[in-house]
Structure formats: C-alpha cells, structure tokens
Design a protein around this ligand. Sequence first.
Ligand SMILES: Cc1ncc(COP(=O)(O)O)c(C=O)c1O
Length: 435
Amino acid sequence: MKSMNPLAQQLNETLQKESPDVYAMLSNLGKAIYFPKEGILSQSAEAKTKASKFNATIGIATEGGKPMHLKLIQDTLSAYNPKDIYEYAPPAGKPELRSAWRAKMFKDNPSLEGVSFGNPIVTNALTHGLSIVADLFADEGDAVVIPNKNWENYELTFGVRRGAEIVEYPLYNESMQFNSAGLREALLAQQGKGKAIVLLNFPNNPTGYTPGVRECDEIIAAIREAAEAGIHVVAVTDDAYFGLFFEDSVQESMFSKLAALHPRVLAVKVDGATKEEYVWGFRVGFITYASESQATLAALEQKTLGIIRSTISSGPHPSQTFVLHALQSPDFEAQKAEKFDIMKGRANRVKSLLDSGRYGDTWEYYPFNSGYFMCLKLTKVSAEDVRQHLLNDYGIGTIALGETDLRVAFSCIEEEYLEELFDTIHKAVTEVSAR
Ligand SMILES: Cc1ncc(COP(=O)(O)O)c(C=O)c1O
C-alpha cells in the first residue's frame, strides 16, 4: 500500500487525539485525503496578500489590474465587479458568503446558540455536499440508514459510488407519524458493523413530511441509544427544503440537537440555496460539521477541501456572488416571505382539496406539512399505470415511486390550477381501475 502523505497523517493524528470517534468514522479515502498546504493554491493565496509588485502565481489572466474578460460576457453581468465573477473562488468558497450563511444558520435556528460548529464550506450544491459525506465516511459495506421514502440519488451517491449498503426503514408508523422505532431498530442492527451513516431529510422528498417536536425527540433518543450501544453514527441532515414549514412541525434543522449529542455522533449539516432561495441551477450549497474541538473542525475542513480540490477544484464564483448579494440585500427577507406565502397557499389548497371528500376513497395520502411535494398512495391501481395514463391522455406529468406512490410537486403548479390537476388525477385513477 502507498504510504500515507505526511499532511494526511497529521490530520489523522489530530483527529485521533482530539476526537478518536470521529477518526473511527472516516473511510479509507477520508483517512488518506488532505489539502496540499504548500501547493499552488496556498502559494498564490500568500502572494495575493504580499506580492505588491508582480503577482505571477495562478492560472488566471489579468488586464489593467482586473481579471481578463470578454466584453460580451461582462455586458450581461454589469451589476457585478469582474473580481467577483471571473476569478477562481477559494476551494472552501467565498469567505463573505461562508460568514453570511453561518449568520443565517443562527438566525433560522435559534437553538444553535452555544453549539460549537465549523464554518460552512461551500459545495456545488447539496448533491455535492452529500457526495463529500460519502467520500469521507462511507466505505464498501458501511450502512446508510434512510427511510423507505427517500430521494433516489442517495442510492447513487452512497450505494453505487461508494459501495455502501442502503438500509431502509418505513418512514411512517401505523399512526402515520415518523417511525422512530423503525429508525432505532435499523440503527441498532448495525452494532456488528460498529458504524452507521444516518440521513435525515426534512422536509422530506418525496412526501413533504417534517416531524413534530415529540417525534424529533424520539429520533434523537434513537441515535443516542445507538451511540451508547457503541455504534459510531455519522448523522447527516439533508436540509434541502429547509424553511418551507407550513404547519406545526418543528421549524429548525435537527443539526442543533445532534451536534453535542454524544462523542460517537458526528453531526453534519448539508444545506444550500438551491431550493430555499429558488436558485436551482446556481449550484450553491454548504457542508458544516459540529464538534466541541476546534482542531477537529479544522481537520475535517482540510479533509473536505482535499475532496473538493480533487474533484471540482472549486465551486462556481458567479453564483456564490449572486447568493451573497441576495443574503446581504435588505429586500431578501420580504421577497422570500412572498414566495413562502405562495408555496404555503398551494400546500393548503392541495390539503383542502384532498380533505373535501370529493375524491371518495380513490386514494390515501401520506401526511405532509412542508416542502415542495406530496405523495398520493394509490391502493387499487398501479402508480406507474396512472402516471402513463395522465401523461399520454391528459398531458400531465407526475412521478411514480414504487407500486403505490404518486408524487405531485405542488411547488410548480399555480394555486388556481390545483383543483383541475387533482380532479384530473382522480379521473385518471378511476379510468385505470375500470380497465
Ligand atoms: C432531498 C434532496 N436532497 C438534495 C437534493 C439536491 O439538491 P441540489 O440540487 O442542491 O444538489 C435534492 C434535489 O432534488 C433533494 O430533493
């Protein structure tokens, strides 16, 4: 085997000393990775502050003291300074954006007060944050514990790319609340492996479910119990749809409660601007670690930068600038609130239609209270048959998941059309069952 790079070794020794449990969670890649301290990036960062005469360090081109650029591009982006668009962003992201996002985390999650966690590191949106978690912590055969209603990409990120074993538990229990007993059981079953990665995604894709306070307490208790039983738990919150809470669920990320839960629990928050700020194509997200130890946080950041440097090198600069601009704007809160009201209006309309009795017993629906989606449970017909019928005969697109579930993204249907949408789905289900 190739010997470990001295910088990687240093990071590993820091983790072994400061947080041996976190060290034990690392994958082989997570152990081997490091960020080159004396490489091109750090030499050029040093030059940026000290080279007052000529800075001939990094691979960009300059002209008149500014990044070289084409007028035709700058003409369409003229609100922005070329230095905030064309230069490489640092691998960890624009420093001002990282602090602005950290400030936003505190504002949105008052229970983070007093919690020790690192500076958010910019990712190429949430998928990339999740793949960093997979790279650093998942080895062949490691368990990734997720509910049976989940975002399909976890399978590729953790299963296919990293060879992890996906362990599913039913999302809902018999009273159609979050099945924390199922989570507990799935976790405790990993005792033989001594390690598990748990993904918590609320608001949930595809169901639009976020648990309430009591259910969250149960989730925390289940993870604590697993840790006490000797299992190293990487507890990841996928907060993609954060903030879109329309009813009386919890309104904060579970990251705060996971942060100081137990030495054998490493809390990782994966979040971003994608869905929250309606900038899907910008590709701006964040990965944030919690630890009492600053040295551990620094080592995890270095390892994360190693993954970033070796895959995408750094995230796109323009979109980081755009998101930073939004976060700093005095109009940000008001404009977000406007969109929240629209989304909430749609969710409420869907619920009132479903609860109106007009659809009889054609279907059941899974409890939803947040996010972009809801799921119908078709008890008498196949979801895929209904999806095809809706698409081919009515020009309506939905997502079939498994045998029974039909996911409807109310996020992209104007409130006034929801009645026609659900009436047509009802008609299609009735027609398919009469075949
Ligand atoms: C639960 C969940 N996590 C992560 C993502 C990925 O987000 P991004 O587009 O920022 O990579 C999605 C997008 O569909 C999602 O539904």
